[in-house]
Write a protein that binds this ligand. Structure first.
Ligand SMILES: [Zn+2]
Length: 110
């Protein structure tokens, strides 16, 4: 998958094998991917800290930062989904999509 294809389907909808009838805002998709790439880089750095037997408290602080960054990615995706997919789902009386989102929110809020 290329980073430079703004019209490619967002990877974060792939797991359900469902596609939306519309596309997300390409700049948002790019922003989400950039944030995720940063989180992955951060996580690799934490992995190196563990290998190097760095101070546990330091490692925990870094993991807390990763978790907070991931929460922000969730927020970005949720907001975009609300702005586009959910509005369309309501318009098209697509209750399955709304139910799917409710399930996702339940898991997020655990
Ligand atoms: Zn969506």
């Amino acid at each position: 998958m290329s980073d430079t294809e703004p019209n490619s389907a967002p990877a974060y909808h792939d797991s359900t094998d469902r596609t939306h009838s519309h596309s997300h805002n390409p700049s948002n998709t790019r922003a989400v991917r950039n944030r995720l790439a940063r989180v992955i880089g951060h996580l690799h750095a934490v992995e190196r800290m563990v290998s190097d037997e760095r101070d546990c408290a330091e490692i925990l602080v870094q993991l807390a930062a990763v978790r907070s960054a991931l929460n922000n990615v969730c927020k970005m995706i949720l907001r975009e989904h609300m702005d586009h997919c959910v509005i369309d789902a309501i318009r098209e009386n697509d209750t399955a999509s709304i139910e799917e989102l409710n399930k996702a929110i339940d898991l997020l809020m655990k």
